[in-house]
Ligand binder design. Sequence first.
Ligand code: ADP
Ligand code: MG
Length: 728
Amino acid sequence: MGSASSGDAIRNINDFSVSARSAQSTSLRKASDEFGSLTFNEEVQRARLPKDVFRGLRRAIAHGEAIDPSIADIVASALKDWAVEHGATHYTHWFQPMTGITAEKHDAFLNPTPDGRAVAEFSGKELVRGEPDASSFPSGGMRSTFEARGYTAWDPTSPPWLLVTPQGTTLVIPTAFVSWTGEALDKKTPLLRSQEALSKQAIRILRLFGSKAQRVVTTCGPEQEYFLIDRQFYFNRPDLINAGRTLFGAKPPKGQEMEDHYFGSIPERVLAFMMDVERELYKIGVPLKTRHNEVAPSQYEVAPIFENANVATDHQMMTMEMLRRVAPKYGLACLLHEKPFAGVNGSGKHLNWSISDDLGNNLLNPGETPHDNIQFLVFCAAVLRAVNKHQGLLRFSIASAGNDHRLGANEAPPAIISIFLGDMLTDIFQQIEKAGSAKTTKSGGIMDIGVNVLPKLPRDAGDRNRTSPFAFTGNKFEFRAVSANQSIALPNVALNVAVTESLDYVATELEKQLKEGKKLQAAVKTLLTKLIKENKRIIFNGNNYSEEWTKEATKRGLLNHRTSVDAYGEAMKPEVVKAFEKYGVLNERELRARYDVAIEQYNKTINIEAQLMVLMGNRYILPAGYRYQTQIAESVAAVKAAGATAKESRRALDEIVKLTDEMKIRVDKLQELLEHEGNGEPEKHAKYFRDKVIPAMNALREVGDSLEGITPQDLWPLPTYREMLFVK
Ligand code: ADP
Ligand code: MG
């Protein structure tokens, strides 16, 4: 199998490797010198701000205090000077609307003076607040166009950076985006609110353990998977350009079954691309750490060192953008879709998540002393409870049309949310559970003495389980069901809210018992026993891909929302609304807006994909089928005219006619379904897409892919899987 449009691409690939090899390697500055060189980081702040302003700013950042308006002017002026010295002419308030992309509007620093010249100006007011035209960002019904006012608000906890392009430099200021009533229109605001909420509850527990910590933050290290293919192939695929994934494409003779790609050596052009991306991201302060090949052909991964979840989320958005931005320089296209190619693995984004206090302790580190152990066990059990209670919310947070292709497809965790704890931790939890329920049993003579003598936990949880959607991995949890294309903000928020509620519960229980005169150790023991008993159904250490687990999970009463359409409703469940409101993360209207936008995005995505399939059917695949039909028909006629029988050729003709006719029938069927779509409620609409349109898309694809299998290379109008994934 090959394609008519592949010639240019292959020539291009060939040319590239020649020119890359002859290129002089540019002199590189040491990575450590380069790191953060384009950010207004702590070092620059110290050097450029008056001492008291610097201290005020750092205090605000460290303790989440409000910025004193009087220092905003001074910070703005220093920031502007620094940016202008680095060549910046414009600044932008950078924000993350609910659609999960980033948005920016650029303003010049330049202000004309009466004498006809111009000076660079930037006031505290301009730093602190911006007013983009908000009307074209989705608000999930929170406001109509006539009250479209939206404000961007400076987030001092995420350092500004310089976006350098050959034509000029722009100062980028991370901001939150809110409506004029103060409601959150973006992804950052709820994330910041959820971090505050979690900190408050965690500190209550730490107090009981005698900690002096003032604040905790959630930390996060997101691993990003992606595909790279040659740009020429990309431009010849309308589906990749407009849907981000292939809607047709027969499985190549060789896929990933040889398992020869994972951790294999990285192709030269790809490595050059990766190094360039890393260098650019280092400069703007994104601490990338690892790069390697992934499981599927032409699939790769990049991961940073973990950071405060808010900064990590900004940096993750910047990473995705940089991957896309740098790829063309190397003649490549970077595909971040969850499932660009059917039949080979899709891409995920493992969200590594933990909680850290301001004294530098990771609260999910098992530690080495029994005292640390019980504090760790309390936090760990709180996460257990959180995930059990809020499976639905977590499932909602990763729902999207794209992720539906991955979850439960034997390459990513199933749609059932469960926790992998590993044998060691599971064993410890089992011991606690038993000892609590039978105080007089001296099995082993250990557990009835109290939690004090628990075995020491290993720093490394040991074994790994790649099939679990939510795994404890030594000193953090790894939320693996997150998809490659999505912002990590919502999964972070969902986790934070769920865990906050459980930390509140734990703190309240412990405080009550202590008040009644119980010792901490005893109180913890009672609480842990209860928590484990009530929530252990969420623990599963086996193979999450197996049939048996689906059955077992049903028996345990765990949720299994196979499609996103099933999962969206979880966002509006009373217990979810209550938790979001109670901890001030999102009010009901704000939460409903997320729900509305999610469904709207689902509907738009499927609608675009289905329309594209009709278009590709009509304009690419059917014409190829007709041409081939004609070729064979002419051949059969010629052979017959020459006096020979054309028995087998006739069979070939029948086959292509049958497939082409079927293609036509299925294209029309899909078109017809799309004409009947619409009207009224988005929820109903989504179900219609799921139950009617998607099956028709699948059926259409099937026949399209069969046609690909028999159509001659020079007549096939689309780059094939074999070419896109293996020619590099
Ligand atoms: P893996 O074997 O899954 O690739 P790594 O140890 O390389 O695991 O870590 C994967 C990611 O987890 C990295 O981004 C890393 O920074 C992040 N990580 C490590 N510790 C923490 C933590 N305490 N909180 C959040 N993320 C963490
Ligand atoms: Mg991992």
